[in-house]
Design a binder for this molecule. Structure first.
Ligand SMILES: Cc1cc2nc3c(=O)[nH]c(=O)nc-3n(C[C@H](O)[C@H](O)[C@H](O)COP(=O)(O)OP(=O)(O)OC[C@H]3O[C@@H](n4cnc5c(N)ncnc54)[C@H](O)[C@@H]3O)c2cc1C
Length: 383
């Protein structure tokens, strides 16, 4: 459905190979232990896939949102935690690429597979309203001083780079923000808790505390006060469409898991299989239809992003909530269709069910997106 050309197809075949060999075999253990999928990230790095969206001039593969979504879909089918880590990495990369003069060396490191990145935007104080950090930078002899309570930072303590948001020094509006690159070796930040989520349990999405954390001002990832625009115009399309691709991938996994359970589990006293029950076949069919519908919607939004017009912003807002809520419904049907076998954790279905709930509460949350879409339709300002 992603309508890939020959070169793009080859990339996705490589993603599939890496996912089958090095991601899928560890997914259940990553989930059970709630541990970071280090072997999966290393395999993506080794295959050059951390540099998927980095321009060729910095040694990357130079691919865009279409290939990134197809890759995220494939990875999410095997391990949603790894897919979310990869999505946050792709989003961090979009900030690097938008402001390359600050991070040329880092871009080359990403392309070499030596640098994983992520976004540290959400805060204890402004919760899911990621566009409004409550921390405010101070400046000290060409250095930026940050004191912040960041929450839910995917790959916290594991990533080499963190795109950190702060209210600009002297800025009075909550959206007067600037983005900086914080490096793992910088002093002044700690990962302040361990991630133990319902789903996405491999994510390491932990809080980070920054205390008098000093960063050279040259590590700004946008012009001063241009953080809000960068968040919405540069990162949001990658995040929303990529998040939709993760939801679609999880829905795909739930559908295929249900298909294989219904066609293999037997009712011996009737000499039949579960799929001989019409109710269960209809449930499987609905899962298939909804998953295909969500992926088709996503691919039409990819086309809109590649050829933007006045409707594109609305479609970008729609993409995440449409896929998230459809995938949640698909997983719910799968839990019903597979019965106790799903509930008792004999199938990967229940992991899909838990993982799929993250998208609705990841900012911009489904509630907020419906509100934004409604406001846009009624001609109102979003903020
Ligand atoms: C698995 C996972 C990974 C994450 N990774 C990252 C990351 O890498 N970087 C990062 O910065 N953040 C990350 N986050 C944080 C995420 O983006 C949200 O900030 C976080 O989930 C918000 O949770 P909260 O309890 O603070 O929500 P709250 O803001 O307290 O929201 C509670 C409820 O209120 C609703 N609500 C809030 N505002 C409105 C409104 N204006 N209108 C209508 N309803 C509203 C929400 O939809 C939600 O249902 C991650 C979260 C998860 C779950």
């Amino acid at each position: 459905m992603y309508r890939l050309n020959e070169e793009q197809t080859a990339v996705i075949e490589e993603v599939r190979r890496v996912a089958d060999e090095s991601i899928a075999p560890h997914a259940a253990d990553v989930d059970a232990q709630g541990r970071f999928p280090r072997e999966a990230v290393d395999a993506l790095a080794q295959a050059g896939l951390l540099g998927l969206t980095i321009p060729v001039e910095y040694g990357g593969m130079g691919h865009g949102i279409r290939v990134a979504c197809a890759a995220l879909d494939e990875i999410a089918q095997r391990c949603a935690s790894t897919a979310m880590i990869y999505l946050m990495h792709v989003c961090g990369c979009s900030c690097y690429v938008a402001h390359p003069q600050a991070v040329e060396d880092t871009l080359r490191q990403v392309a070499r597979g030596a640098h994983l990145t992520t976004l540290a935007w959400s805060e204890k104080g402004s919760r899911s309203h990621f566009w409004a950090p409550v921390n405010q930078e101070a400046q000290n002899n060409g250095r930026i001083v940050l004191n912040a309570k960041k929450s839910w930072v995917t790959s916290a303590g594991e990533a080499e780079g963190y795109v950190v948001s702060t209210r600009t020094a002297g800025g009075e509006e909550p959206t007067d923000t600037t983005l900086y690159l914080l490096l793992k070796e910088d002093e002044g930040f700690t990962v302040s808790d361990r991630w133990n989520g319902l789903g996405m349990r491999g994510n390491a999405s932990a809080p980070m505390t920054l205390e008098d954390c000093q960063i050279p001002s040259e590590r700004a990832l946008c012009e001063p006060s241009d953080g809000f625009r960068t968040m919405l115009e540069v990162v949001l399309p990658w995040f929303n469409l990529g998040n939709a691709a993760v939801s679609v991938g999880i829905a795909e996994a739930a559908t295929s898991s249900t298909q294989s359970h219904l066609t293999s589990a037997r009712l011996e006293h009737l000499d039949s299989r579960l799929c001989d029950l019409p109710t269960l076949r209809a449930r499987l069919a609905k899962m298939r239809v909804e998953t295909d519908r969500a992926r088709a919607h996503l691919t039409s939004v990819i086309e809109a992003v590649e050829n933007p017009d006045q409707n594109t912003v609305l479609l970008v807002l729609e993409s995440k909530v449409a896929a998230a809520e459809t995938a949640r419904e698909v997983a719910e049907i799968g839990m019903q269709a597979c019965g106790g076998a799903a509930f008792s954790r004999h199938l990967s279905m229940e992991r899909n069910f838990r993982d799929v709930h993250a998208a609705s509460v990841m900012a911009p949350t489904s509630d907020v997106l419906y509100d934004f879409i409604g406001k846009a339709l009624c001609g109102m300002d979003l903020f």
